[in-house]
Design a protein around this ligand. Structure first.
Ligand SMILES: Cc1cc2nc3c(=O)[nH]c(=O)nc-3n(C[C@H](O)[C@H](O)[C@H](O)COP(=O)(O)OP(=O)(O)OC[C@H]3O[C@@H](n4cnc5c(N)ncnc54)[C@H](O)[C@@H]3O)c2cc1C
Length: 212
């Protein structure tokens, strides 16, 4: 995810990509009183299930918007999961013991997640402009200049004076157009457990995208 910002206040907001990141950004912005424009290159929501598990913290974050209630009506509560290896139980993760308002994972296909958020945005008069692809982006002093390609082959040139939120996934246009982009490392911890080894905690590095 990347941000281009120029002049505040943020009246003029463009979100590129209507995946879970772009849709959630639009939702949080609408909760704060903004009405972002969202563009998406795909004509429809992808039916391929990627994310299946909605995390407890996500459920908590989405609670004030009413989305969590809709998710809970739609998905399946997963309290516990077990890892087996040739009949031997390797690991049992009992989520019900987690001290959290939502001590479980919610199992829900990503297309349902996106459909539910998109529906809630429509109720707030925010619709996704589909078949609209960002093809170029350039940051200047007071504006961000963008070019969009529409389904019919037409293009639209835009000057955004507020904020551009790049939520266009792991094949981001921004990476392609700005190979010099600065990333900032941050430490994070992960845990690995294999059939033969004891659990090991590792310090590894994550990446934040920084654009000033
Ligand atoms: C197999 C698999 C399983 C996963 N399981 C989980 C899980 O259980 N739980 C979990 O939390 N996460 C899971 N993930 C990760 C999760 O799918 C991603 O974190 C999530 O999709 C990221 O959302 P996003 O909105 O950032 O990107 P994306 O979902 O990739 O959305 C980006 C959107 O931007 C659009 N776009 C791209 N370029 C442009 C452009 N130039 N102009 C306009 N639009 C554009 C794309 O069409 C797309 O709709 C899984 C991923 C995979 C692959």
């Amino acid at each position: 995810m990347y941000f281009y910002k120029s002049i505040y206040p943020l009246k003029d907001i463009l979100i590129v990509g209507a995946g879970s990141t772009g849709l959630s950004s639009a939702l949080f912005l609408s909760e704060a009183g903004y009405k972002p424009r969202i563009i998406e290159k795909r004509g429809t929501i992808s039916s391929i299930t990627k994310a299946l598990g909605v995390n407890p913290n996500t459920l908590q974050l989405l609670e004030p918007s009413g989305i969590t209630k809709r998710f809970l009506q739609n998905g399946y509560v997963l309290n516990c999961f077990n890892f087996w290896h040739y009949g031997k139980l390797l690991y049992r993760n009992d989520l019900s013991k987690v001290k959290h308002a939502y001590p479980f994972m919610l199992v829900q296909p990503q297309c349902d997640t996106e459909n539910i958020i998109e529906e809630a945005l429509l109720e707030r008069n925010i619709s996704v402009e589909r078949n609209t692809e960002l093809i170029s982006i350039e940051s200047q002093d007071t504006v961000t200049k963008l070019s969009l390609r529409k389904n019919a082959g037409t293009t639209e040139d835009l000057n955004i004076k507020g904020l551009v939120i790049g939520a266009d996934g792991n094949k981001s246009k921004n990476d392609e157009l700005n190979p010099e982009i600065v990333y900032a490392d941050y430490p994070r911890e992960c845990c690995r457990k294999s059939a033969d080894a004891k659990p090991q905690h590792h310090e590894t590095r994550g990446k934040h995208l920084r654009h000033n």
